[in-house]
Design a protein around this ligand. Structure first.
Ligand code: IVH
Length: 675
């Protein structure tokens, strides 16, 4: 056989293999929303296939993944045909690639000067929305690019997706608008905490969470998920919209109430667009959403039309990827951390490795299911990834012959801290330590008790709590209030002055009120909001203690799950005893209710954005202030609520980024007692 023939056979075999791999990963990503490899690994496979096909054009077939977009339709959703295929984007991983992109389009339109619009490439789920005469009528996922899944009822639950358009786009017969559904990192983390508390399975990243939520069969569940949309393409309009540039499209979107990419900007030339990429890459961890690059788009729509599409991507746009946030390292040990609710969470100690400027020596392993899925074992070589400022996680195990001889990881059946029985309750993914007196749980509960949104005890940090528990000085919350300065000053690394401050902070926390106290007690499912609803409704611990589970569940905003959890908590003798002892030391057990003291919003800070229907800005402000709340101009970590009317501004994004609760007008009315 000639050498050329042999080469070709080898290439053919590899091409087949790559196509098989890519199809499998497309299926996992688009259909099951459960990718098994990272985007970077996927891109590597894809680029290798592209390269081989370029070298051996005779091997290209119409079915090759390079010739179409991945994905197929899952069962259970009605199919929707897109007005034109929803394509993918071509990738650039270096400045040279981007310059080559411009050289390419200059060959197609010689002498043209190209201006660009740059947007962050948000890692979410592509969607297509149809509006008819300004009303949202249909929404679909990308599916196989040509036919997607009808997820209209789920998309309707997304707060920042306008159901009715205003402004310039409201009068069109029909529009098809495309964009991305995603989750802000803060919202994603809170969702995972809530899911974990409820013993449900958590999501590995915001993209999976967004995809899983949009493709939910029950839209009531979707409604509880913190989803957002961002829109970046007018795919069709009738009659035709006379817009000259992509930037004008984005402006028309904004003016019509359609949210556009946070951080979209336009530039006069490629150098400026490249600078944008570098700037966004430097700010990557502060963006608040997961992004693996920026998208550069030729601004002129006439030029876009002249450039056209391949079967895979538009020729007028390119995704300029950020540097990979991945690295290879070895797992030293798998460790178990015990949380406030007794949840045993595995993590791994790894050989220190640098990723994008930070040295990583710990990674999360999520839960036992995740370890089993990844098949991680101690000693394995793994790919780890840092996404945003989230703790790094293991992406995959690098195959090594030694892997098989390493022992499989098993969750311990005893709590590593107290030795108590650990088990996995029926139907839950999380393993728990049963021992309520477990010191690890006590430490976490004390830290929560003293945290800013709970009893707000300054200086009650980890070092202090560890010593208080290890020395047996504190066995429950009430013990904190019996500590004197002398005892505190005897702790290591705590000077007398600091001991005095801590003592004052502890004593000073007695007056926080019932809402904060209920939250501080760390009752499962009773978050800040539920705690304040209970406090508002009953006004005192005494009245709350005499309420039945049914009565609790009837309070607006409290479901059966929360009511049952609180009832169970209060039914336990030890918990009642702690509450009695807290009362004995003078911890305040009442809350002024709206009906009584009329200051239910005391200590709460609000920010207003967008236009409310039933209130002017000033009226809304007055209503808040009358009830004891404060209104500030900008959103910070100290903000409690952002009230978002129609067409909210950047404060809305700030709230999402910081994980602050956003109230729509109806919810705001309830908060101020007018609902
Ligand atoms: S434009 C025909 N702009 O990335 C052009 N896509 O890898 C279609 N994406 O399918 C895409 N942010 O789901 C565009 N600002 C942005 C984007 C964006 C995220 C997603 C989109 C697309 C995928 C391609």
């Amino acid at each position: 056989m000639s050498k050329a023939l042999k080469d070709m056979e080898k290439a053919n075999a590899r091409v087949e293999e790559l196509r098989r791999l890519i199809r499998r990963h497309d299926y996992l990503y688009y259909v099951l929303a459960r990718p098994e490899i990272s985007d970077a690994e996927y891109d590597k496979l894809f680029n290798e296939l592209k390269r081989l096909e370029e070298q051996h054009p005779e091997l290209v077939t119409a079915e090759s993944p390079t010739q179409k977009v991945g994905g197929e339709i899952a069962e259970g959703f009605a199919p929707v045909r897109h007005s034109s295929p929803m394509l993918s984007l071509d990738n650039a991983t270096s400045e040279a690639d981007v310059r080559e992109f411009e050289a390419r389009i200059k060959r197609i339109i010689p002498d043209a000067a190209f201006k660009y619009v740059c947007e962050p490439k948000i890692d979410g789920l592509g969607i297509a929305l149809v509006y008819e005469r300004g009303a949202f009528v249909r929404g679909a996922t990308r599916g196989d690019g040509r036919v997607g899944e009808d997820v209209t009822h789920n998309l309707r639950t997304i707060r920042n997706l306008p159901k009715v358009l205003r402004g310039p786009l409201a009068r069109y017969e029909q529009l098809e608008i495309r964009g991305e559904v995603f989750m802000w990192q803060a919202a994603f983390q809170k969702l995972n905490r809530d899911l974990e508390e409820a013993g449900e399975s958590t999501f590995a990243n915001p993209r999976n969470a967004a995809a899983g939520s949009v493709r939910q069969k029950d839209s009531r569940i979707t409604a509880t998920r913190p989803l957002d949309v961002t829109l970046y393409q007018l795919a069709a309009s009738s009659p035709s919209a006379n817009l000259g540039s992509h930037w004008e499209v984005l402006e028309a979107f904004r003016a019509s109430g359609l949210p556009v990419s946070p951080g979209a900007r336009r530039y006069r030339n490629l150098d400026a667009a490249i600078a944008y990429h570098d700037e966004m890459e430097a700010k990557r961890s502060e963006l608040g959403f997961e992004s693996d690059g920026v998208v550069l788009k030729v601004n002129s729509l006439a030029q876009q039309e002249a450039l056209g599409f391949t079967t895979h991507h538009p020729r007028w746009a390119i995704a300029f990827k950020f540097k990979s946030q991945q690295a290879r390292t070895r797992i030293r040990r798998i460790l178990i951390n015990v949380g406030r609710t007794g949840a045993l969470t595995p993590s791994a100690e790894v050989d220190p490795v640098e990723i994008a400027g930070a040295t990583i020596s710990r990674t999360t392993l999520h839960n036992a299911d995740e370890i089993a899925r990844l098949e991680v074992r101690e000693g394995d070589l793994v790919v780890i990834e840092r996404a945003g400022d989230v703790i790094p996680h293991v992406v995959e195990v690098v195959p090594e012959p030694e892997h098989k001889s390493r022992p499989k990881f098993k969750m311990p059946t005893r709590c590593p801290v107290c030795g108590g029985r650990a088990h996995r309750p029926e139907g839950e993914v999380v393993w728990r330590c049963d021992n309520a007196a477990c010191p690890a749980q006590l430490k976490e509960r004390l830290l929560h008790f003293g945290s800013r949104r709970a009893m707000d005890i300054e200086h009650l940090g980890e070092a202090v709590v560890n010593q208080l528990v290890d020395r047996g000085l504190v066995k429950d919350f009430a013990d904190l209030y019996h500590l004197d300065v002398e005892t505190l000053a005897s702790l290591e690394r705590l000077a007398r002055k600091s001991a005095t401050n801590l003592h004052e902070a502890i004593q000073g926390s007695k007056g926080r009120g019932l809402a904060r106290l209920l939250f501080a007690l760390g009752i499962r499912h009773v978050g800040e909001h539920a705690a304040s609803l209970f406090a508002q409704h009953y006004g005192s611990m005494e009245k709350l203690l005499s309420a039945t589970e049914e009565e609790l569940a009837e309070i607006y905003g409290i479901g059966p799950r929360i009511a049952s959890s609180l009832t169970q908590f209060l039914a336990q003798k030890e918990n009642r005893r702690v509450i009695d002892r807290l009362q004995d030391v003078g911890v305040k057990m009442t809350e002024q209710t709206a009906a009584g003291g009329k200051k239910p919003l005391a200590g709460k800070t609000f920010v207003l954005t967008g236009t409310l229907e039933d209130f002017s800005r000033d009226e809304a402000k007055v209503a808040i202030i009358r009830l004891g709340g404060r209104v500030t101009a900008s959103v910070s970590k100290k903000t409690h609520y952002v009230v978002a009317g129609a067409d909210p501004g950047s404060k809305y994004d700030d709230a999402r980024r910081l994980g602050i609760r956003v109230l729509n007008e109806a919810e705001f009315k309830k908060v101020i007692g007018q609902g």
